[in-house]
Design a protein around this ligand. Sequence first.
Ligand code: PMP
Length: 422
Amino acid sequence: MNTSKSQALFDKAKKIIPGGVNSPVRAFKHVGRDPIYFERGQGPLLYDVDGNSYVDFCASFGPLILGHSHPAIVSALTEQAAKATTFGACHEKEVKLAELILKAYPFLSHVRLLNSGTEAVMTAIRIARGATQRPKILKFEGCYHGHSDGLLAKSGSGVAELAESSSQGVPNSIVSETLVVRFDSIESIEKAFKQYGKEIAAVILEPIPANDGLWVPLQAHLEEICMLARLHGSLIIFDEVISGFRVGLNGAAGIFNLKPDLVTLGKIIGGGLPLAACLGTERVMAQVAPLGPVYQAGTLSGNPLATAAGIAVLTELFSKPPYELLEKRTKKFVGRLKEEVLPDWDFAQMGSIFWMSPSKLTGAFPPVISEENKKAYAKFFGAALEAGVYFAPSPFEVGFVSTAHTDDVLDETLNRLKKCRQ
Ligand code: PMP
């Protein structure tokens, strides 16, 4: 496979962009090679600058549920771009998109639009703290909620629940109000609530954790966590940046029939543009400026271009919900992937999200991937790339199937992957 143009671009990029990339996973370090530079996407396919094409299962890490360059999104963007890209002021499309988003979460009444998942979570936490007048946040090991300072936290080496910073540049004092416990252990969650309950503003969780492999939680487990939060007067934040509009029209909250106080969304709702949302009950959202004392703002928040794409994708999803079909196709694809390509690997799947694990899955979360198995993933990733299939460039990331991945596309993918059998 010729990647000379990609290589030249990466060499140039490294001189002016840290590590050559604008987000670390794109550097392909987990898969031990240099990144590919993409030029174009069409439906399920990606094309690189050297003229190679790939069936895309990374889907920009989740947004592309309709595939690349869906005609409804392209025409909404083209039409809006000619009119205005930003006003920094009120316009109709932000109202329309807010209505569509709230339709998915009927127990929540207000939504603030923002530009990234990180921002949405940062805002939800600030609102929770404002509404409860409590300082602490309880999060789970293995759940990712973006790169805001207070959430770059890992479990501490001293008192189990008290977090330590997980990034240079974030002092321990900044994460001192973050508690980190294991998601799979009700016992440790209970212990944290017992000890710090009165100080915990909110528990934040990915109801379907999909940033450290994929873990399909049990209904009773999520119910118990929510019950503990309620018992201690803490709010519940569902971070549905991945699961929102991915697993169904009502997100994970709908699937598990749970009613968090705040929900964060991103990825799909922007149709591939930078757009995210923080939704909440009337009571908590009354905290947000200019209504209340919790400050939050954004020059490009809810801008016409991103909202146009968001309206296009959500209108498409509401008018032709693809979820049953996506689930059926993904299940079949994953089954055949195991049978025909990776018989020794384990797989997790929910709706159109799947995860390929070279390590045996034990049901524990977060999962442990050995160094040897990380190498196995890197080897498979490289072989798949050569065969024209692009998976996420890290063994911790999940894959996504879009409506553009038809049965024929998935059959062709499996044919290509047969030569990568491990
Ligand atoms: N929350 C979750 C669950 C996510 O998966 C991500 C991104 N992968 C974020 C928050 C942060 O979103 P962004 O990258 O748009 O800031």
